[in-house]
Design a protein around this ligand. Structure first.
Ligand SMILES: Nc1ncnc2c1ncn2[C@@H]1O[C@H](COP(=O)(O)OP(=O)(O)O)[C@@H](O)[C@H]1O
Ligand SMILES: [Mg+2]
Length: 251
């Protein structure tokens, strides 16, 4: 059974696309059949995280009924199937968001996971992305204004009667005062992972390769792996001695 999981937030720039590319690649490495869809119709950039720069057919064409989902699918060497959104200004202007969940079940029914990278804010493209998904993950910074926006998104998701798997705290630095348990109590949701602020994330985006593929041993890659295990429900493996040493020194 294909699980369509949307990655949403309140504010932009919190790391939704970074989470989709890395979680998608990590799930594929774990042997799952994975597709990622750029649901950010007016701010496409998921393809770029995978080095997919030029593509003739996109999710916009699918929504305009000019192409099938299969036509808009591009295979990444990691095994992840990417369905990018168009970078063209014209496509952005003349495409209305359409719920393509039935197309996903029909054409991508062999996938274990389809991750949808949502737009920011609560306008139609975000609501459409939420509506397309069965389950959602919220991404936020651990700061009050961003959390407040994410809580508003949570309320909307509840109205759509969708399941929320939990919250990912991203770009967390030592200076952040709000603690994980406190934030979990705000959301009344489990914290799926805590991803630190680290320049390697930007570097991997520049290299057009998700960090979990670029550097699987990096502390963020290991955290993404834990998130993947929480999503799949697979038992989290006990950390090795060297993993614990690395965590201790924040490596
Ligand atoms: N953990 C992190 N550490 C450092 N930079 C990050 C981290 N996560 C994301 N970023 C940076 O933040 C920016 C926004 O990330 P992105 O995934 O595009 O957010 P969103 O999709 O929510 O708008 C990107 O330039 C990315 O390099
Ligand atoms: Mg994004």
């Amino acid at each position: 059974m294909t699980r369509i999981i949307g990655i949403v937030s309140g504010k932009g720039g919190v790391g939704k696309t970074t989470v989709v590319s890395n979680l998608g690649a990590c799930l594929a490495q774990d042997g799952y059949n994975v597709a990622v869809i750029d649901g950010n119709l007016t701010g496409a950039n998921l393809g770029l995280h995978f080095g997919l720069i030029s593509y003739p057919i996109s999710i916009h064409d699918v929504m305009k009924k000019n192409a099938s989902l299969i036509d808009a699918t591009y295979k990444h060497p990691s095994g992840v199937d990417i369905i990018p959104a168009s970078l063209s200004f014209e496509d952005v202007l003349d495409t209305a968001p359409v719920n393509i969940s039935q197309h996903i079940y029909d054409s991508l029914g062999d996938k274990d996971f389809v991750l949808v990278d949502a737009a920011t804010g609560l306008d139609r493209e975000t609501l459409n992305a939420i509506d397309m998904c069965d389950e959602l993950i919220l991404v936020t910074h651990p700061e009050l204004p961003t959390i407040s926006d994410a809580l508003r998104t949570k309320s909307i998701i509840k109205k759509y009667e969708k399941k929320i798997l939990g919250v990912i705290l991203n770009r967390v630095s030592g200076r952040d005062k709000l603690k994980k348990d406190y934030i979990a109590s705000f959301f009344e949701l489990p914290i799926l992972g805590v991803i630190p602020e680290d320049p390697q994330v930007r570097r991997s985006i520049e290299l057009k390769n998700p960090l979990v593929l670029e550097n699987p041993k990096h502390k963020i890659s290991r955290e993404i792996k834990k998130i993947a295990h929480r999503v799949t429900g697979k038992e989290v493996k006990t950390e090795s001695f060297w993993d614990r040493i690395r965590s201790f020194f924040g490596l």
